[in-house]
Design a protein around this ligand. Structure first.
Ligand code: FES
Length: 122
């Protein structure tokens, strides 16, 4: 069902955990499957210096969380907002059609964390 990249990312995910003093935290879920993704961002001078996640979900949700956090580290907030679920899937080469929504969750979690960060700035 999953290719090697997905399995590797799921079994050895990067950036798992919580950032205690996160500047932005986003929590999203998918009502149909019940999976939940929480994203923590550390942002300095408009740049994402650290990103971590806690995901209670399927293998694809964990793999996409891992890839998404890797992709946004070092990016500006504006650059991170442009990241789509397709970019995440591309990093994994492919996902089964019924697992594409897991990558959407990763995109939404980043956007939710950035929203939270921006809300705090006001
Ligand atoms: Fe729903 Fe993976 S099955 S996030």
């Amino acid at each position: 069902m999953y290719n090697e990249k997905v399995i590797k990312e799921f079994t050895c995910p990067k950036n798992v955990g919580e950032i205690q003093d996160a500047d932005g935290v986003g929590k999203v879920g998918n009502a149909k499957c019940g999976d939940i993704m929480k994203m923590y961002l550390k942002i300095e001078g408009g740049k994402i210096t650290d990103a971590k996640f806690q995901t209670f979900g399927c293998a694809a949700a964990i793999a996409t969380s891992s890839v998404a956090t890797e992709l946004i580290k070092g990016k500006t907030v504006e650059e991170a907002l442009k990241l789509t679920n397709k970019d995440v899937v591309n990093m994994l080469d492919e996902l089964p059609a019924q697992k594409i929504h897991c990558s959407v969750l990763a995109e939404e979690a980043i956007k939710a964390a950035i929203d939270n960060y921006r809300g705090k700035q006001k």
